[in-house]
Each structure stands twice: as C-alpha cells, then as structure tokens.
Write a protein that binds this ligand. Sequence first.
Ligand code: MYA
Length: 641
Amino acid sequence: MWKVAEKSYRLTARSLVSLSRSSLRNKSATVSAIEYEKKETTVPKAEANGSVESKSFVMNLFRGGLVPDQVLPYPKVITQEQAEFIQAMLDPMEKFMVEVNDAAKNDEIAKVEDHTMEGLKEMGAFGLQVPIELNGLGLSNTQYARLVEIVGRHDLGVGIALGAHQSIGFKGILLEGSKEQKTKYLPSLATGENIAAFCLTEPASGSDAASIQTKAVKSSCGNYYMLNGSKIWISNGGIAEIFTVFAKTPVTQPDGTTKEKISAFIVERAFGGVSSGPPENKMGIKASNTAEVYFEDVKVPVENLLGKEGEGFKIAMHILNNGRFGMAAALSGNMKAMIEKAADHAMNRVQFGSKIHTYGAIQEKFAKMSMLQYVTESMAFIVCANMDAGYKDFQLEAAISKVFASEAAWQVTDECIQILGGMGYMKDCGAERVLRDLRIFRIFEGTNDILRLFVALTGMQYTGKFLQPVSNAMKSPLTNIPTLASFFKTYASKRIGSKLGWDLGPSMSEHIHPDVSSSAKLASKAIMQFGLAAEDIAIKYGKKFIDMQFLQNRLANSAIDIFAMVAVISRASTSLNNNEENAKLETTLCNVWCNDAAKRVQENLTSLSDKTSLQDFKAMADLSNMVIEKQGVVQNHPLGF
Ligand code: MYA
C-alpha cells in the first residue's frame, strides 16, 4: 500500500527539486545563503556586539525600553514567490511523513529507515538552506521554519537527524565558510551524499563550551593542523563524513605571547585518524544517531580552518544562535499534532455520561495547550523573520524561543497523555515516544538552565553599558552634579510613579489593535518594571550579579514572559487588523495568556528584592549544600528507622 503512496510522493519530490532549479534560472526571489550573507553586511556592526544601538526587543527590556523594530507589527519576511514555493513543498512533505516515514519503526530500530533517508535526500531535505547553485533548495529561514514544522509534527527523531546535519553540522560552512569551502563541501552535503555533524561537546566540556580540550597544532611546514581529542554525544557522529570540529590552537597574541584559543575546522572522515563509537542507547530520539567521535593525529589542511584562528568560540555561538529557531518551529508542529491527538480522544471519550471535552478540567488543559503552541509559533516566526530581515542581534530571542518551545512541548505532550489517560500511556498510542523524544530538547543545543543565565547576564551587560556614564560620574560626583542630578531625578520619579501605580510604561498603542489593549497595558507595565528591576540590580550588585543565579533565573523568566506577551499581542493585532477568520480566537489566546503571564512577571520581579525571597534563596543554597554533603536527603525517616 505504502509503495503506491511512496511512488506518487517521489514524483512530486522530483518535480519540486526541478521547480527549485528552474526558480534559479528565473532568478527567483528565494533568498539563498549567499544573498543573505550580503544582506547581513548592511546591518550596523555596532548592533552585533550588543552596543547601545541594539534593535533586539529583549536586549532593550534590560533598560526598560520598548524597541519595536523586531516585534511590532508582527514581522513577516517572505515574498509571494517564496511563499508559493514553500507552500508547494508542504503537502509532499506531509504526505511523505505520513505515508513513507514510520516514526515508531525508526524508534524501534534506532535509525531512520533507509528508504526514508533516500526519500528525504531526493526531496532536497538535506540541503534546505544551501544555495540552489550548490545543490540546495535555497530556503530562507522563514521557509525553512515552515517546512520543519511538518517534520517535527511527525517525527522528532528524523527532525534531529536532519537538524544535526544542516542546522548545526554544516551551518558553519554556510555562515562562515570561504567561497572555496562552500563550493567544495556544500554540494555533496546538500544532496545528503555526505552527512555532517557538529563536534563541540567533550567529556569534561558540556555547558562550559570554552573549556574544550581537543587540540589542533599547526605543523612546522604550515600546511596542516594536527588534530587530537575526543567528542561525545555527537548527533550524526557515527554516520557523518564531514565534521565541524572545535579545538584549541595556540594563537600568537599582538604582544608576541601565545594563548590557547578555540578555532573551528572542517574535518573529513576520509582524512584518516577519525573514528566513531557505537550508537548511544538513548531514552528518545532513537532514530537519530548519537556517537562519540575520536580524532587521533588527524592532519587537517590549513585551508580547512573555518573563519580565523582563535575565532572558534564565536563561530560555535553563531551557529547555535542561528539554529535555535528551527527547534522552536519543529516543536510548534509537534505540539499541533499532540493537541489534535488529544482532541480526537476528548471528542469521542464518554465518562460519567458526557464526552470528556465538556468538563472544565479538560477544557482548561486544551486552552493552555493551545496557548503554549500559539506562543511558541509566534516566537519562532518572529525570530526567523528577523534573521531574514538581516538583523544580527537576535541571540536572546533565539535562546528564549528554544527554552520556551522545549518546555511548552513537554507540557503539551504530558497533558495530551493525561487527557488520553491509560490509553496515552500505551506504546501504540505514540505519545510516550514523543515524550521520550522531547526530554532531550531541554538539555541539548544549550541547556535551558544555561540559556536562562545567558539571557540574564547578556541583558544585564547591556543595562551596565547604559549606566556606565553614571558609574563614571560617581567617581568624581562634585564635578558631575548635572549628570547625577538628572539620573537620580528620573530614577526617583520612575520608582515613585511605579509605586503609585501610574501608567509609566512605554506605550505600544500605536502598534496594536484596540482589542488587545488590556494586554498591551500589562506588557507596558511589565517592561517598565523589568527595566527598573534591572537598574536596581546593576546598582545594588554590580559585577557580583554574575554569581547570583537564583536572581538570574527569575530575571530571565520575566524576560521570557514579556517577550511571549509582546509576541502574541503583536500577532493577534495583525490578525485583527487583517480581519482574519480566527482573529477573535487569537485575541482570546493572547489576552488570557497575557493576564497570566503578567502575574508571573510581577511575582518574579518582586522576588528579586523581596526580603523573604532573598532569605529563601540563601536557605535553598544551604539546603543544596547539605544534600551534597550527605549525598542524599537531609531528613530522617518519619518512623525513625
Ligand atoms: S550541540 C552542543 C550545544 N552546546 C551548547 O549549546 C553549549 C552551551 N554553552 C554556551 O553557549 C556558552 O558556553 C555560554 C557562555 C553561553 C555558557 N551569542 O564569557 P562568556 C560571547 C553570541 O559568557 P562562557 C548540541 O547540543 C559573549 O558575549 N555571543 O562565555 C546538539 C562574550 O563575548 P565578548 C555569545 O562563560 C543538538 C564571549 O562570547 C554567545 O565561556 C542537536 C564569551 O562569553 C552567544 N550565544 O560561556 C540539535 N554566548 O568577549 C539539532 C557567549 O565579546 C537541532 N557569547 O564579550 C535540531 C533542530 C530541529 C530542527 C529540525 C530540522 C529539520
């Protein structure tokens, strides 16, 4: 049966690939990576390094500002031609994932079935963002996000096999590679003839990416680097031919001294000295190969250095920043599938004489699941639109979209199983596989914990930059009275106004539809209070904040909630302004979400300075120390034995 379907799919796939080729000939508006590169250079450099010109919405929260450029109105960067092209791919991809791919089988055999791999290759799914002239489909980030939603909807294991290859595996070549490197490697990677992997993590270097031990030493002849080291938990590690490898190299500093710095390399398995371990036996995403990769005296030609010597850490971060939105998009699709599965059950299941969807307890679940999916989808498509618009400063939004999506998808699948009850717990239902697959999303591509700290600390650095003139003035207050007087006047008036409940937050009324104005007011207030909290932290703790992770977590959670609020306010406004069919329902999703999120923001911001919370943080740190000291729970058993 499936063979018939497969055949019809293959025909469609071929025509799509040829469609992409003809669009090249027609000089289609499809943005290739090469065009995108040119666009990037038009963005002011200052924006990239987090200086005061940042257009990032989240970055500017840290000074209580509303910078609308990236979020209001809801950004959509896709031409008519790009939209048509990707629309033409959605049905074949959906059909393929339903009729050819078998997620349960992939999970059972712990690999993507061979015919599925072949079909995906034929479809062009291994080179979605590679320029058309280099054998890829030349998709923009927005087009890519729309397509990977479909993959995530049906099989997260396949999503990771594809994502590890192109979202991080060869993304470095796409983003940072020289023309020669692109021309040499991308064509065979785009067709899937060669598979790529991203090699950063090591046994002693997980979240602390800068602490890697793998070494690359330039030969005395200057023609190659000698690479030695090992990497663990490498997605596609056992099947890849091309690796993006991060290793420490001795780099000569301007003062003549030598410092070990991270550099990035393109390494071929064919160089010799590259080997990999057996596939890891994982909890989920079993279809995706994960293995250790060893490099033993691998001679890497100097022309395979990616970027410049010593720039490897920034390149790794650049790759990860660029890939995170894909996870949000894939998980948005995944949540849709879980909601549909639960809705199908709730519509038919009768208990206590009524269908279970008529009960409030179940209705609350569906409403929350829908809001989580709506927020995730809204965030994902804001991030990719901004990337397509050429903004460089989206790393906080990308990190937030990954954190939010991975936690939202976990909750949605968990609730789907809860709604299905015993049936949801059965393997045949398929939801348990999704739950297992999902667990890793909160861990890899930057754990959610580390990304929260990243958001808080990067943001606070920005706050610090704005307070620098005041801090300098404080060094000789008598000669800087006007600067200090003006700062403290604003400082005091904002706080008094906030305490009195005045409406002092930055207004977004010019950007939004009146039906979401109550939510917009809540968001404005939250932005103002967030800015005040960040300022207070900077003044009170200065650099000591770096070690205050209880506070960093709560600050990041507030930033996540505020970004989520503005994402849905913006999106619902656009739908209302366009009189879209479901605009009223989107308004409900938006307003109910914002009412709840605003309360969480208040609670989190209050806990940053409230005496009881601060005492509790200290108590929790002490408790944790006791658990570690005792290597287990701290209390005795209630029975005394
Ligand atoms: S791959 C492995 C993933 N690993 C990680 O993500 C590592 C996490 N760790 C880190 O990110 C860093 O070590 C942190 C910083 C953030 C902790 N953007 O002193 P620093 C700059 C831009 O803070 P550290 C995997 O899991 C910073 O400003 N810049 O550094 C497979 C500073 O610059 P300057 C950044 O304390 C998953 C400098 O770097 C960033 O050492 C498979 C130093 O900063 C940043 N983000 O640590 C997934 N961070 O010096 C498959 C720092 O100028 C994907 N900096 O001030 C599947 C997707 C599904 C899609 C489906 C598809 C089809």
